[in-house]
Design a binder for this molecule. Structure first.
Ligand code: NAD
Ligand code: MG
Length: 386
């Protein structure tokens, strides 16, 4: 088996560090080319040493000097800023790019990595939410595989192995309901970030944890599934499944339903994406169905979670609409985390941005940059006027 050279964008985050766990367990399989993080330069320096990376990039240029000094006794190349992130994303030195950045920042690096013919292990779902059309077309043109690092999409991909497209009736995406699933709708207005950050099943970065509480994340996953599996939005269903054991399902035309089950542990979808079409010979943690004698499923309360229908609406509108939703959400989630606005203002800002943004039906990557900037401004305006 040949050694695969990996670049990890977002190596200090939740997905990034778990990706490095998989690399650590498979030293004969992977080498690290580049590691990228935003500001945690000490951790980045430690990772670079441990994995003998060829280069590191710190997104926030203010930390360049400190990182450079921390690695002064090594041969590791040190770079900073967005241009450097784009440079390592397309560098000929790596075979695969793991994109575990958060938010819109992931779009251009994914595109550049595809254009330079690399395999993509994609955790940054915002890439597909914003630019699924362009990204999937580029991947097809380049013959590049995009392997999802999202438990639901990994599950669907596993259920679809060996199946014919025409046999698929529906994709059924499961949803834990997030941290607020037991809080009644009438009480949501007073929810604090501290409460919304307590996800019952998954330990993840703060942005996706808030997105899970609002179900924006589930809406984004519907959009992600639409592009990854090239399926009409009406055939993507969402069901609440509080135990997070069934990671998603596929219903076939003969009435059969396949599901993929396992612990709520991102190491499994990460290793599936990295080792595909092989599987890891050993689980991080063994799963026993006997530990889960009761698995339950329920309809989503669409009034409690309006973000899900907004995501379907954006898919229906197409063009820059999902990009507008994403940009406004990023601003509002950051404001909510900083106690600058309330829980309902997240959906409020998204609605305001969608109702007031300009719209482009056939966007280019530059159009996305403009739509993202505009959505961010609109969300700021909404938040400042409340
Ligand atoms: P995180 O906040 O824990 O980590 C993000 C990483 O990206 C950090 O290393 C950070 O330094 C880096 N980063 C962020 N913005 C950057 C920028 N502008 N420039 C350079 N580096 C930047 O986030 P996470 O939870 O690991 O999520 C990463 C992505 O994976 C998100 O798109 C998320 O939706 C998706 N995802 C995460 C999980 C999970 O379990 N955490 C599951 C499914 C999908
Ligand atoms: Mg998910």
């Amino acid at each position: 088996m040949s050694i695969e050279k990996l670049t990890i964008l977002g190596s200090t985050g939740s997905i990034g560090t778990q990706t490095l766990d998989i690399v650590r367990r498979n030293p004969e399989r992977f080498r690290i080319t580049s590691l990228v993080a935003h500001s945690r330069w000490q951790e980045l320096a430690e990772q670079a040493r441990e994995f003998s990376a060829e280069s590191v990039v710190i997104g926030d240029k203010n930390h360049y000097r400190a990182l450079k000094e921390a690695l002064a006794d090594t041969d590791i190349e040190v770079m900073a800023g967005n241009e450097a992130i784009e440079e390592v994303a397309r560098s000929y030195r790596s075979d695969t790019v793991v994109n575990a950045l958060v938010g819109y920042a992931g779009l251009h690096p994914t595109y550049l990595a595809i254009e330079s013919g690399k395999r993509i292990a994609l955790a940054n779902k915002e890439t597909l939410v914003v630019g699924g059309d362009i990204i999937m077309a580029a991947a097809k043109r380049k013959g590049v595989d995009i392997l999802p690092i999202d438990s639901e999409h990994s599950a669907i991909m596993q259920c679809l192995e060996g199946e014919k497209r025409r046999s698929i009736r529906n994709l059924i995406v499961t949803c834990s309901g997030g941290a607020l699933r037991n809080i009644p709708r009438e009480e949501l207005h007073s929810v604090t970030p501290e409460v919304a950050l307590k996800h019952p099943q998954w330990s993840m970065g703060s942005k996706i944890t808030i997105d899970s509480a609002t179900l924006v994340n589930k809406g984004f996953e519907v959009i992600e599934a639409r592009w990854l599996f090239d399926i009409e939005p009406e055939r993507i269903k969402v069901v609440i499944h509080p135990q997070s054991i069934v990671h998603s399902m596929v219903e076939f035309t003969d009435g059969s339903v396949k599901a993929q089950l396992g612990n709520a542990d991102m190491h499994t979808p990460i290793s599936y994406a990295l080792l595909y079409p092989e599987r890891s010979s050993e689980a991080m943690e063994h799963f026993s169905i006997l530990d889960y004698p009761t698995l339950t499923f329920a309809e989503v309360d669409r009034e409690k979670y309006p973000a899900l229908d907004i995501a379907y609406e954006c898919l229906q509108r197409g063009g820059t609409a999902p990009c507008t939703m994403n940009g406004a959400n990023e601003v509002a989630v950051a404001a909510f985390l900083n106690h600058r606005c309330g829980y309902h203002d997240i959906v409020g800002a998204i609605r305001y941005a969608l109702d007031n943004a300009s719209f482009e039906i056939r966007p280019t990557l530059t159009c996305y940059d403009e739509a993202n900037d505009e959505a961010r401004e609109l969300a700021e305006r909404y938040l400042s006027r409340r």
